[in-house]
Design a protein around this ligand. Sequence first.
Ligand SMILES: [Zn+2]
Ligand SMILES: [Zn+2]
Length: 239
Amino acid sequence: MAKPGEAILSQLLSLLFPLRCAHCGVCGDELCLSCRARLKPIGPTSCRRCGKPSLYDVPECRECRGRRLHFGSAQAAFRYAGPARSAIHRLKYSGRRHLAGVMAEATHSHPRLAGLTEKTGEVTLTYVPVHASRKFSRGYNQAELYARALSKTLGLPLAGLLVKNFPTTPQNRLNFNDRGKNLSDSFSVRRGYGVETPKVLLVDDVYTTGATVSECSRVLTADLGVVVDVWTFARTVKN
Ligand SMILES: [Zn+2]
Ligand SMILES: [Zn+2]
């Protein structure tokens, strides 16, 4: 419980700097109810491999055919647009770390995640790491905060299994193959770390080409012998 002085300070700060919705800017919430209602869910049918929305459930889509993906399946909750995009941007670049909790609240009841709570002892959550220099400058890793919030809500174990060995150049303009080369050998399993579950759910904020989560999955599978699936809050969808 906050001390009286702290409570007054916190009330004063909220008067001076009111909490504003990450998307529309209205006062009062990290992401207002109206913007939460406008998050666009992926699905219900998609590519079972990469999670790309599709008219029917398909084992493989045009986007992931011919790509070497090292995870079993990737799924996302929302399209990376509108409020989902704003929430991720604000979490990543504006220090709005509490948005990770909002993102977990908005996704924990998704059937893919809710189903995991019945499988205690089978799955460990982990997250895509950032290089220490990035964590130092930002103060946190947004994927770690989101995974941590999910782990609390779902009651599943969380382990920081991976490290980023060196900073890599931003990938925004690179295609899947060039991203793969850019990331080569940049991740490894943290020394001395392991898991007691046969499966790992790798958590990230957004799925773009899948190159990053694929490289992380390759390292986890090779070093720990686990089956890796991927979960992201959002996914880019090309029209
Ligand atoms: Zn809003
Ligand atoms: Zn696909």
